[in-house]
Design a protein around this ligand. Structure first.
Ligand SMILES: [Zn+2]
Length: 233
């Protein structure tokens, strides 16, 4: 079974590892571009990058309904617990855990992280997944940072990144230009854009971005529409 990445809009992804579905940053019902409703999501685990509304809005409802374990930082796990979520795996940067189909490592991200109610949401993070034999980096909300060179280094078996999912919306995260610099550091085979076209301030021309990426020959760009998938080759 190939690993399949589905973008449901904004920064929300479903990672079908072949041994279960990981839901990353659930934001459906109030997301203007979401391809589905929270009530229709099926998943076996939930991974959260940070506490901002556009990354956790539907986490409580989906976690309660599916009983999927939520993997997140310690502060987010505490907040979810107070809101009735029973199964969480609190983590912090550098930690690696088993998830359906492989492992997930909590990586650096440079951003902020607070809940809509003002509660402190711990450090923001990205995820480095090793699932279904594929290495997938989900940057989360972040600026460009030089540790991406480390994150992109081949593992002990010489395997480099198969996919990098990078924000390109600008203003709140890195934009298209810095995403090209990120590719130079990460050296993934394929790059998928995220965190754009949800609202007017983060509108981007993804086709133009893909052309720019292709011109660099750094990675194969693959632009998805909300609700469509990419099968990791
Ligand atoms: Zn965001």
């Amino acid at each position: 079974m190939p690993v399949r990445l589905t973008w449901t809009g904004h920064a929300t992804w479903l990672v079908d590892t072949g041994h279960g579905v990981l839901l990353v940053d659930p934001f459906f019902d109030e997301c203007p571009t979401a391809s589905m409703k929270a009530a229709d999501v099926r998943c076996d685990a939930i991974l959260i990058t940070h506490a901002h509304f556009d990354h956790v809005a539907d986490a409580v409802a989906i976690a309660k309904r599916t009983q999927a374990t939520v993997f997140c930082n310690f502060e987010i796990a505490q907040w979810l617990g107070k809101h009735g979520v029973e199964k969480t795996q609190p983590m912090n940067l550098g930690g690696r855990v088993a998830v359906p189909g492989g492992t997930a490592k909590m990586e650096l991200a440079h951003h902020s992280s607070s809940f809509a109610d003002g509660t402190y949401g711990g450090n923001p993070a990205g995820w480095l997944l090793d699932v279904g034999g594929k290495r997938i980096y989900i940057a989360g909300d972040t600026c460009l940072f030089s540790d991406m060179e480390r994150i992109g280094r081949p593992d002990a078996h010489g395997r480099s990144l198969d996919v990098a999912i990078l924000p390109i919306g600008d203003i709140f995260t890195m934009g298209p230009e810095d995403s090209l610099a990120a590719l130079r550091l990460l050296q993934p085979k394929t790059v998928l854009p995220s965190h754009y076209n949800t609202w007017p301030p983060i509108t981007q021309d993804a086709a133009a971005w893909a052309k720019d990426v292709a011109a660099t020959k750094l990675a194969h760009p693959h632009v998805l529409e909300p609700g469509t998938s990419f099968k990791v080759p």
